[in-house]
Write a protein that binds this ligand. Sequence first.
Ligand SMILES: [Zn+2]
Ligand SMILES: [Zn+2]
Length: 594
Amino acid sequence: MPGPFEDHVDLATLAKEERLARMRHSAAHVLAEAMLDLMPEAALGIGPPIDTGFYYDFRLPRPLTQDDLAWLEDRMRQSITRQHAFQMAAITRAEAEARWQHQPFKLDLLHDIADDHITQCTHAAFTDLCRGGHVNHTGEIPAFKLMSIAGAYWRGSEKHPMLQRVYGALFESQAELDAYEQQLEEARRRDHRRIGRDLKLFDVIDAVGPGHVIWLPAGATIRRELQRWIEDLEIERGYQHVTTPVVAKRALYVRSGHWDHYREAMYPVMEREGEEYVLRPMNCPSHIMIYEGSQHSYRELPIRIAELGNMHRWEKSGQVTGMSRVRIMTLNDAHIFCADIAQVEQEVAGVLQLMEEVYGVLGLKNYTYRLSLGDPNDHEKYVDNPSMWEAGEALLRRVMQGMGLEFHEAAGEAAFYGPKIDVQFNTAQGKDETLVTVQVDFHLPAQFQLEYVAEDGSRARPIMVHRGVISTLERMVALLIEEYEGNFPLWLSPTQAMVIPIADRHVPYAQEVAAQLKAQRLRVEVDSRSDRMNAKIRDAQLRKIPYMLVVGDREAAAQAAALRVRGGKDLGAMPVLEIVEKLRGERDTRALVP
Ligand SMILES: [Zn+2]
Ligand SMILES: [Zn+2]
């Protein structure tokens, strides 16, 4: 065939990514073919390849069911067995309009094709509007499975009709497909939304609003422990904690530049007495106001202002997820005002050391450092000041190299006002997420004309460092739930021990034991229900409570308890005093046990 059309392609000679993209896109054609067999009145959207397979969007006369998926998959396998060739052809606009006259979305796509290079692809009796990128015939489509059905707006916009999207997974071998399914199952098992509900850690209630997280008592306990710990670590390192209002005048964020760069992600403006107020999207301007509020000498610098500050981000209701993507969040935030580059280097190094310590205690390992750079050609997205960008980027690179930290660099990932180090986590959901950042900022100090009195009496401009360490409490707890699969180490466990009396007559002794633990501020409960012991043990295990203290006649006589560990291990009878010591030790050292 002449022109832009594909001849036979030798799949083995293609890069794996290209080969997979062709297989996945071809499978989407076969899915559409099957769908027209199931429902001839189906209106076809688009069918692109994605990272793990493919999808196709349809407008259908009724909602799809799991049975439909099984039928479609079966029908696709028949088409694959027959090895139908994929054949590309050029057609005129008039031919295309005639062919898809009853397919409104295809006509819509046709409008987008500016020139007259219109091509179609045919296999078996099915023809689609398509630019190409297929395998030679359907027999070259390897291991696949139809996975799920979801709603998706045509062209991704609420202004257009909602279609039904069928997702398929596709890999080159059955083994890879099996591994992918296992990974999905693992992600489901660790899903913080499911575990958070089972363990009553948090809730999102429609009457309160999507993305507005409610911390239930058990989750609030975890949050409080993290908060106390990080604040203590910061106090040791010379941070000063403040509390600032979550609402401020809009003008403050106009001055900081947030209004220009973040407006779309902010809650709408509130107006009273002729003034405009907003819920703050970031804490930086509040801390800058504190710095600006008094005169500073070079002797005071660096000044480290910290706050577990509430921030607000207008996420679309369809995009909020459990605690990992929310609209109201509490950031473990701090702003360090430095006199010069040397001080910035020291402070950034100090922040990275604190991160290493914190992630070590939490047992987090799946993270890497990323140096996020600006883009000198993008003045829309980034503040235009080349020497500032160069100095900041060089400095961050130097600090990480000096500490022997491994990192990679990424262009176009910086904040609008300066370069940053991102801590990238590989989550249990298989996603690469930025958990926290350290940013060097020459811009906001200039914007707010911040000053300090230098050694020679002149006025100098400080440099700011923005940093988080444990991210937002929401995101960190979501991450920890998934890392630990709900089995929090003792120090973070909402209930640290459950005392289980064997029979009703042992309840008074159980309460005595609990009182001894409580006296050491251990979080303990007594299961005084008249259920069987085994049922109580099972319940405590389902609640993922680290330790169970089982008490009966023998234990009462010996001032002891039979100690069982969450995982099922039985440590046998131990004196209560010894148990208290053991639990206290594990709590105070924040050990990653049991
Ligand atoms: Zn195609
Ligand atoms: Zn900041």
